[in-house]
Design a protein around this ligand. Structure first.
Ligand SMILES: CC(C)(COP(=O)(O)OP(=O)(O)OC[C@H]1O[C@@H](n2cnc3c(N)ncnc32)[C@H](O)[C@@H]1OP(=O)(O)O)[C@@H](O)C(=O)NCCC(=O)NCCS
Length: 265
């Protein structure tokens, strides 16, 4: 196989829609216009003889990179496509002066974890994705109020909540509804009403979580009865949400590491 890596074009939207279910998460595909606006320019495609075999969607934050989707076509696995895509991202991150990179992976994804470990990434912490039906908010403590994040507050929100520098700014670029409690900032929800769900979702207490979720409900599409949230490294809030009746959808792990880019693609 003679692999080449190239930037995605509009013609690759069909590849994205076809491969997305391979991630085994229930995210619906973005529509073309949204994919073009938020993902296309940060997507690389691996091809052999003009045949697209896989893709990676990645984001450059301030000094670090975030791999959001890596997928090889089922018929082309274990032939170096995934590694070539990850190395292409590493090379681009290194060229841009980014020293670290991160991603999320299901703990059961043996193939992906072997690939990531071989690239020097290691597990930082576990995360959990919950489905929250609106009526259960009544069972969480109240007393906090959420509001929209201003552009001037983005860096401080990232700093106070331990988010990678640039992530909130990037989420605004993706069209997320950015909600916070504070200052001092005790929570953030980057809400995507199309999904519907929030990632990242950080809340320093169940009352802050309730305020963010109530604000998400206010920004939801008509008729939406629930939203998803991803809790990162926050077992205490996970217990509080489960006790309130939230449904645990999926667990996954956050990995990060130094970018090593041995050669140009
Ligand atoms: C994970 C995935 C992208 C790997 O792509 P791939 O093109 O098959 O990977 P490669 O052929 O480049 O293999 C790279 C490394 O991955 C590991 N690997 C790949 N398939 C493996 C398998 N079935 N079992 C164990 N390790 C495996 C190996 O470490 C391999 O390195 P090696 O070839 O030097 O031994 C692919 O399995 C996939 O698309 N899975 C479904 C979507 C998904 O889970 N994406 C990751 C989400 S976090």
């Amino acid at each position: 196989m003679s692999l080449s890596i190239r930037p995605a074009t509009d013609d690759d939207f069909e590849l994205y829609v076809r491969l997305l279910p391979e991630l085994g998460v229930d995210d619906p595909p973005a529509v073309l216009e949204k994919w073009r606006r938020t993902q296309r320019d940060d997507t690389l495609v691996a091809e052999n003889d003009g045949q697209p075999l896989g893709l990676v969607w990645w984001q450059r934050l301030e000094g670090s990179g975030y791999v959001r989707q890596l997928i090889t076509s089922p018929g082309a696995r274990q032939q170096g496509v995934g590694r070539a895509l990850m190395e292409a991202v590493a090379w681009r991150l290194a060229a841009a002066g980014c020293n670290t990179w991160q991603l999320n992976v299901k703990p059961t994804n043996i193939a992906a974890i072997a690939l990531y470990r071989s690239l020097g990434l290691h597990r930082d912490y576990g995360s959990a994705s919950f489905k929250v039906e609106w009526p259960l908010l009544e069972r969480l403590p109240s007393g906090e109020t959420a509001r929209l994040v201003t552009e001037a507050e983005e860096a401080e929100v990232e700093r106070m909540l331990g988010l990678p520098p640039g992530q909130v700014t990037n989420d605004r670029r993706l069209g997320r509804v950015l909600l916070t409690v504070g200052p001092p900032f005790t929570g953030l929800a980057a809400f995507n009403p199309d999904y519907p769900g929030a990632f990242p979702f950080r809340a320093k207490s169940p009352a802050v979580a309730r305020a963010l979720l109530e604000a998400m409900r206010a920004h939801s599409k008509p008729g939406a009865t629930f939203a998803g949230v991803v809790l990162e490294n926050d077992d205490a809030l996970a217990v509080a949400l489960e006790r309130a009746g939230a449904f645990l959808r999926m667990k996954f792990d956050h990995y990060s590491g130094s970018v090593k880019a041995p050669h140009a693609p």
